[in-house]
Design a protein around this ligand. Structure first.
Ligand SMILES: Cc1ncc(COP(=O)(O)O)c(C=O)c1O
Length: 397
């Protein structure tokens, strides 16, 4: 937890950090450098660049001034030395696994984890004979037991999807450091406004910037933040693998980040109010939200987070058809996967993100038929509560 002055500093950093380094055209905003390549005046300039006497851009897969503004802002917000952008959150994850895990190596990951990350490990990284130990989320003891002499990294989300499990980052980081294993944290659900994982001891933070960071449901992007030493190999790897962010998308992310602190304040308020209200509703069996004392990781979350975000997961006292009827009756939340944008989004995980799993697998993953994931936007909490109340009434009919 941090104090009000830290929060104020983050609000100011969100607006100004990383911006206007080169003051092109004296513009108030950082321009979109919509270019695929960069020109050299003459052979001397080419030589000066190649010999490392001149820092500048060469080609669009290796660098872009609009990216650098975003990277500077993100590094300042996450309290890291450096950041690197990717074309999507998945591209950040796949690039880091390929860059950091050697052939035949070992890594530790949590069972509750974005399904495409798991899929990458099972279907693609396995081709490099990489062994994966899967541990329960938020379980520091299981993490300690899973570490091996050849463990290349530990990867976990916190909070996780969909049950918003929160790991004790400081304890996990201490264990990993003692064994010389980097701890990588997917902090998408938290954002640097609610949690600074690097300062808590994580070695690398990654984000699906598609969610809260960009914040308007209009762009796909990813990012990694850490020390220069952790970021440099990732920057080199994305230059080879090629999953780079388009300059226009980088500008949308830069613009979104300026209001991150403002938006997170509303997301946090909406999350807390809606979760508390749902917990008292007779049509709701159970609510998962780290800001509620009933959440299994409330103590860890309260100790390390400044807010708990806009995602609320809950189980209705009904079947799959009832869950779909409730979602269809909502007027404000749009039916869609994803979260973190200004528009609230709602889904029945059994028919959306987990549709390709058979019912037994879903049960094993804890995805019941009447589970709902609600990603609250920045609409007024009173309107959201009224809409949910009206929609839940369809279950009483
Ligand atoms: C926690 C988490 N990490 C990573 C991703 C992947 O990000 P993207 O959709 O930007 O590729 C997602 C997407 O939902 C996610 O929820």
């Amino acid at each position: 937890m941090s104090d009000d002055r830290d929060a104020a500093r983050r609000a100011t950093r969100a607006v100004h950090a990383g911006e206007r380094a080169d003051r092109v055209g004296a513009s108030a905003t950082t321009p979109i450098h919509q270019t695929s390549t960069y020109t050299f005046r003459d052979g001397d300039e080419v030589r000066a660049y190649q010999e490392g006497r001149l820092a500048r851009d060469e080609y669009g897969r290796y660098g872009n001034p609009t990216w650098r503004a975003v990277e500077g802002k993100l590094a300042a917000l996450e309290e890291g030395e450096a950041a690197v952008l990717f074309a999507s959150g998945m591209c950040a994850a796949t690039t880091l696994f390929l860059a950091m895990v050697p052939r035949g190596g070992h890594l530790v990951i949590t069972s509750e984890c974005y399904r495409r990350t798991r899929q990458f490990l099972e279907e693609y990284l396995s081709k490099l004979d990489v062994a994966v130990s899967v541990i329960p989320p938020a379980d520091v003891a299981a993490l300690g037991a899973a570490l091996r002499a050849d463990t290349a990294l530990v990867f976990t989300e916190s909070p996780t999807n969909p049950y918003l499990r929160v790991i004790d980052i400081a304890a996990a980081a201490a264990l990993c450091r003692a064994r010389g294993v980097p701890l990588v944290l997917d902090s998408t659900f938290a954002t640097p406004i609610n949690q600074r994982a690097l300062s808590l001891g994580a070695d690398l933070v990654i984000h699906s910037a598609t969610k809260y960071l960009a914040g308007h449901n209009d762009v796909l992007a990813g990012a990694a933040v850490g020390s220069e030493a952790m970021i440099a190999p990732l920057r080199a790897a994305v230059g080879v693998l090629g999953g780079v962010l388009d300059p226009h998308a980088a500008y949308l992310l830069l613009r979104g980040l300026k209001t991150l602190e403002l938006r997170m304040t509303r997301h946090n308020e909406n999350g807390q109010r809606v979760a508390s209200w749902l917990e008292t509703h007779p049509a709701v069996r159970r609510v998962w939200y780290p800001g509620l004392p009933s959440h299994p990781d409330h103590a860890a979350a309260a100790a390390s987070m400044d807010g708990f975000g806009g995602v609320v997961t809950f189980e209705l006292d009904t079947d799959l058809a009832g869950a779909e009827r409730f979602v269809d009756a909502c007027r404000i939340p749009l039916i869609a996967p994803s979260f973190g944008g200004v528009e609230s989004l709602i889904e029945v995980p059994a028919t959306m993100s987990f549709w390709d799993r058979d019912p037994d697998e879903r049960r094993e993953l804890g995805i019941t038929d009447s589970l709902i994931r609600l990603g609250l936007g920045v609409e007024a909490p009173e309107d959201l509560l009224a809409d949910l109340d009206r929609a839940l009434a369809v279950l009483a009919r």
